[in-house]
Design a protein around this ligand. Structure first.
Ligand SMILES: CC(C)(COP(=O)(O)OP(=O)(O)OC[C@H]1O[C@@H](n2cnc3c(N)ncnc32)[C@H](O)[C@@H]1OP(=O)(O)O)[C@@H](O)C(=O)NCCC(=O)NCCS
Length: 183
C-alpha cells in the first residue's frame, strides 16, 4: 500500500518529505540501497552480495505498493532519497497477521539529524493504522545507535542470537530481537 505523504521538519529545520515510492523512484532507491549496503555492516546484507538494480527496485516497489499489509516510506531531502523504512507483514498466515516487521536505513552523511526519528514515527503510526498489534525487528549487538533509537520508540529486547551474522573477515555480530506492542 502507499502511505499518505507527510511533510516534516528535522532537528536542523530541514524539510523532509516522507512518502511511498513510485516507479520513478526506482533508480534512486537502488542508489540508496547500494550506498547503505557499502556504508554499514549492520544491515542483513552487504555490498559483497551484489548490487541492486533499478529493475530490482521496480519489482520491489510494485509488489509492496500492491500489498495491502506492507509499505515503504522514503525520506526525501531536496527531492533526493536519503533514507527509507519499511513495514512488512510476517507472511506466515492468518494466525500471525497481527505482527509486522520493521526495517530502516539512512545514508551515513545524514545520520544524527533526526531523520531516523521522523521515519520511525511515520512507520509506527502507519503500522498502527493498518491494525498491527506487534512490530518486531532484529538489530546487531553492537549497533548501539539503532538500539537507542528503537528503545526511544518503546521497543524492548526479547531475545538474542549469538553470532547470528558472520562476515567475510570471520568476525560476528549477535542479533538482538526486539518487539514493540502497539496500544
Ligand atoms: C540507525 C539509524 C536509522 C538512525 O538514524 P538517524 O537519523 O541517525 O537517527 P536520529 O538522528 O533520528 O537519532 C535518533 C536517536 O538515535 C540515537 N542516536 C543517534 N545517533 C547516535 C549515536 N551516534 N550514538 C548513540 N545513539 C545515537 C539517539 O537515541 C537519538 O535520539 P536523540 O537525538 O533524541 O538523542 C541510522 O544510523 C542508520 O541508518 N544506520 C545504518 C543502518 C542501520 O543500522 N539500520 C538499522 C538496522 S537494524
Amino acid at each position: 500500500m502507499k502511505i499518505k505523504k507527510i511533510i516534516a521538519t528535522n532537528k536542523l529545520n530541514e524539510k523532509i518529505i516522507l512518502t511511498s515510492p513510485t516507479l520513478k523512484d526506482a533508480e534512486q532507491l537502488a542508489e540508496h540501497a547500494n550506498k547503505v549496503f557499502a556504508e554499514t555492516r549492520f544491515l542483513s546484507r552487504g555490498i559483497e552480495e551484489g548490487i541492486k538494480s533499478k529493475e530490482d527496485e521496480e519489482k520491489w516497489i510494485t509488489t509492496i505498493n500492491k500489498n495491502k499489509s506492507s509499505f515503504i516510506i522514503c525520506a526525501k531531502l531536496n527531492n533526493k532519497i536519503i533514507g527509507i523504512g519499511n513495514i512488512s507483514s510476517s507472511g506466515k498466515g492468518l494466525r500471525f497477521r497481527h505482527i509486522c516487521s520493521l526495517g530502516i536505513s539512512i545514508q551515513k552523511e545524514f545520520w544524527g539529524r533526526g531523520i531516523g526519528k521522523l521515519l520511525m514515527t511515520a512507520l509506527i503510526e502507519n503500522a498502527q493504522k493498518l491494525g498491527y498489534e506487534l512490530i518486531r525487528l532484529d538489530v546487531a549487538g553492537t549497533n548501539y545507535t539503532a538500539q537507542n533509537l528503537y528503545k526511544k520508540f518503546g521497543f524492548v529486547e526479547y531475545g538474542r542470537l549469538k553470532n547470528a551474522m558472520k562476515y567475510n573477515d570471520n568476525t560476528y555480530e549477535d542479533m538482538i530481537n526486539m518487539i514493540k506492542i502497539l496500544g
